[in-house]
Design a protein around this ligand. Sequence first.
Ligand SMILES: C[C@@H]1N[C@@H](c2nc3ccccc3[nH]2)[C@H](O)[C@@H]1O
Length: 449
Amino acid sequence: TIPLKHGAHRIDKRTDSVMAKWRGYGLGQFIHWGLYAIPGGEWNGKTYNGAAEWIRSWNGIPKSTYDSLIYKFNPTKFNPESWAKTAKQMGAKYVTITTKHHDGFCLWPSKYTKYTVANSPYKKDIIGPLVNAYNKEGIDVILYFSIMDWNQPGWRYEIKTKEDSIAFEGFKKFTRNQLLELLNKYPTAKGLWFDGTWDKSWVKQAAFADELEKEMRALRPGLIIGSRFRPDDFGKRHNDSNGRLMGDYEQGWERKIPNKIEDVHGNDWDCVMTVPENQWGYNKAWNGHIKTVNELIEMTAKCVSLGGNFVLNFGPKGDGSIRKEEIDLAAGIGNWMRVNNEAIYNCQYAGLEKQDWGYFTGKTGSNKVYMIIFNVPVSGAFRVKLPAKTSITTASLLEQPNTTLKVEEISENQYFIHTSARADNKPFVIVLDLNKKAGNASGTYEKAK
Ligand SMILES: C[C@@H]1N[C@@H](c2nc3ccccc3[nH]2)[C@H](O)[C@@H]1O
């Protein structure tokens, strides 16, 4: 291995209780909100084809015009309790909220810049009431923070001159000040979700970022920080130059989901997903494919079946209201989660061979395995293949626990589970009680060979 001073500081998954709770969240909500929600991807009758939260980078709106949107920020319909209730009803166990996106506008009254809510007509802190409202609903909060800050004069995409490096040193101090400010102002936040760390300027800051990460973890023991914060000695992010994960979980699954367990490399991870193809901030047009409730339930099941969490993005409007389409999706997902969340919460990769009908999830530390069914075979029988020395004790429908299903053994450790045809075309869950695998104290099954 390559000797690194600022590479990964931990080899395997974290084993503490805070991370174990994170591992079991299953379903989360992402909130992208800021000045970009005011134009909503359009300006002067023209549509910006990129992601709405990137509209400042478009030549269709002058930078100074965008920056003066601070004087238009007055979300009269902002109601943190209703946002938190929507997330609760959807079944989200955690929420990631943008405190500051790439444009540098701070949703909290930061002492280190004027470009915050404090200097908008709204005046008040947004982050504090959101953290309190979500925590009151029993939902943990992760703070999203963009290192790249287009509003900061000291920010540089690349450090080329002496002047650049002096300016960037000031920017680094500013960044550290804001992060410590956030951790001190919002002590119940469980973690930080970093973004905007791909530029040449930042990937040269291995020592600074390593120092800062250590300082934040000392200030807030248990703090959860993903793989997208710091670069290693050679500027590598996510995985260091020895291929080891930086931070506590893999953040690279942005708008994509791993296909097989090998893609996960034994890491904790979450997938952050947009409802349209690629819009995080509020976008009026919402062109293209808008994901359906069933698609989003399947993405949730697929993520949990591969040991990750699924985090669905909401982009509230400039006035602070959440668009009807998102409210309806949250309600539809929630209707399914209310009945089936036992197959999602505190579940992991079951270690069983993937079958065409859907996804297996395994309840952490138990003999229970869930079959989340999306594709009913024309035969009506659901194939299950188990590792050696493992057999099915009972099979039942999660929604009707006392109905045992017929289990037909086909051969050594291969079974067909039979169920009667179902009226609706909603995904459903079969619960398997397996006999404990000899020597498998943890309850999760050895990786399928
Ligand atoms: C979670 C997502 N990450 C930001 C982002 N900016 C990108 C620029 C280039 C490639 C990928 C990006 N993701 C998006 O604006 C959103 O905040």
